[in-house]
Design a protein around this ligand. Structure first.
Ligand code: 3PG
Length: 537
């Protein structure tokens, strides 16, 4: 009799998770667990080759150097919500599935937000410090109340909505800025939705951030935005360092432009006060990334992380995967790779080109290969299209249900008109006032964009692109080139598309560096320029 050896998976727990999760892994007969929660990057590079899965929090960085050495790695599970410590592109390239556990710790983050709001308005921490110094400072520690004040919630996803409900209980006026959620959802929560971030900043006594860190949300609130806030206002960031520009924050706190800030998250953690001089200012309350740091949340996320990792390894069921949830054979994966990249470029491009609330999406394709299984491409297009909208967590697994819940219509089908490309993918979105479409093809394994809103192009998408809608008149492109040159921004490539002489045209300029928001505002003012979009991939 031949006894087949049972397959065992090696799982590394690289960050501290609760014992309840460790026990689930230890009790599974197919899993060997190694716990090394102090492991440094160098040691990890040496050891990673033997692991099938890793469980991490935000401390361990999963970058290209590490993934290149991770020859057996199939699953990375983040025991938590934010996954900005994981390079998703490189995991996609290697077919590594990334799982998160967003259900486990949202409540903990909501409660910390309220705790900080109350602390800031009643000076609880400052009072304690003063008492510890033997003082009795009633006069200096007069507070203000939450009741009847306005709180502006930036990002009304799961955590933002939880904050809204608690603030309602405190009889506050709740307003929000969120580019994704439908008005009906905000109405149900009793929240007034604004389309302009500045309006929310101007009106709020408390501004609280509940967005993931993405290229679109990095420095979302900089000096200009902070200076729009009321002088009595307090800003709270328990989401991610970098959504509020940290240098600008220090400046406005030092100048007392706003009353205060409560900061739990930093671009570099553990945070060094030398890097973040707002730590220690009397109008700034700082905590060491405690958002999810409750007994309950840590047990929840550890259990979910363990269960989801086991399921992913044993049965290829990928719960809360933020990337590819489908199994392609290795050969198929190689064939699909350029189309996955094209899908991701089309989704990201369109999502940033038209930032209005999407009501309908249609995807049409022509391809003998993709006809067999369009699911991976559909998933990548939808995930990248909606990721730049402000939702807390969009995954490949939940995108269909999110669209359904939000009443967004989706149509997928083969492209039925004649088109002179062997393979072709076209994505259309409809918003209340506009329809935008973009098409691409894969040529010699490289994704190319071939159409934007009925105008024809032929370019490989770059990391940064300026898409300029303009009137086709002499001098426009020259002015753009001069302006970018003066700002030291190198032009890597340029494509022009127009219907006829003198009509509306589109220029796509690939650039090597990201222009600042001020640069974009100045560009918009150039003669015959109608609109400027910055696209980053
Ligand atoms: C999260 O993204 O889940 C929270 O910010 C918690 O992060 P942590 O697990 O590193 O504490």
């Amino acid at each position: 009799m031949i006894i087949l050896e049972e397959k065992k998976f090696n799982v590394l727990i690289a960050d501290n998770i609760a014992k309840e999760g460790v026990d689930i892994l230890r009790d599974n007969k197919n899993i060997n667990v190694e716990i090394n929660t102090d492991i440094g990057h160098e040691e990890l590079l040496e050891k990673i080759g033997s692991f099938d899965a890793m469980i991490v929090r935000s401390r361990t960085k999963i970058n290209r150097e590490l993934v290149n050495k991770a020859k057996k790695l199939k699953v990375v599970t983040r025991a938590g919500t934010g996954y900005d410590n994981i390079d998703l592109d490189v995991c996609n390239e290697h077919g590594i599935v990334v799982l998160i556990t967003p259900l486990g710790n949202a409540n903990a983050v909501v409660e910390l937000t309220l705790g900080l709001m109350i602390d800031a308005s009643r000076h609880i921490s400052n009072a304690n410090l003063s008492m510890c110094k033997g003082k009795w400072e009633k006069k200096n520690l007069k507070g203000t109340e939450l009741k009847n004040k306005t709180v502006g919630i930036i990002g009304l996803g799961r955590i933002g909505a939880g904050v809204a409900k608690r603030c309602k209980a405190f009889e506050m006026n709740v307003i929000a800025y969120d580019k994704f959620i439908p008005k009906d959802r905000a109405d149900d929560l009793g929240v007034t939705l604004y389309n302009d971030l500045i309006d929310v900043l101007k009106l709020s006594d408390y501004v609280t951030i509940h967005l993931p860190l993405t290229p679109q949300t990095t420095d979302l609130i900089g000096e200009t935005e902070l200076r729009e806030m009321k002088p009595n206002a307090v800003i709270i960031n328990v989401a991610r360092g970098g959504v509020v520009n940290e240098e600008a924050l220090y400046k406005v706190l030092e100048e007392n432009v706003i009353a205060g800030a409560c900061i739990d998250v930093y671009s570099h953690e553990p945070a060094d006060p030398k890097e973040y001089p707002f730590i220690g200012l009397s109008n700034c309350l700082t905590t060491p990334h405690l958002g999810a740091n409750t007994v309950e949340a840590q047990i929840n996320v550890a259990k979910l992380a363990a269960e989801h990792t086991i399921q992913a390894l044993n049965s290829k069921i990928f719960i809360d995967a933020v990337n590819i949830p489908f199994k392609l054979t290795e050969d198929m994966a190689d064939l699909y790779r350029p189309y996955m990249l094209l899908g991701s470029h089309l989704g990201k491009f369109l999502g940033q080109y038209n930032e209005e609330r999407i009501q309908e999406v249609a995807i049409k394709y022509k391809s003998n290969l993709l006809k067999n299984n369009f699911e991976p491409i559909k998933a990548v297009i939808l995930q990248t299209l909606f990721e730049s909208r402000f939702m807390d967590t969009i995954t490949y697994m939940n995108i269909d249900s999110i669209l359904e819940e939000n009443g967004i219509e989706l149509e997928i089908g083969e492209y039925d008109k004649y088109i002179n490309f062997e393979n072709y993918i076209k994505v259309y979105i409809k918003t209340e006032n506009t329809e935008t479409k973009i098409a691409g093809t894969v040529f010699i394994e490289r994704p190319k964009i071939v159409e934007i809103n009925g105008l024809f192009f032929d370019f490989e998408p770059a990391d940064y692109m300026l898409v300029i809608e303009n009137i086709d008149k002499p001098g426009v492109i020259g002015n753009l080139g001069t302006f970018l040159g003066e700002k030291g921004i190198n032009i890597a490539g340029m494509q022009l598309g127009r219907k006829e002489k003198g009509s509306e045209a589109i220029a796509v300029i690939s650039i090597d560096d990201r222009p600042t928001p001020d640069d974009l505002n100045e560009l918009k003012k150039l003669p015959n320029v109608l609109e400027i979009h910055l696209i980053s991939l």
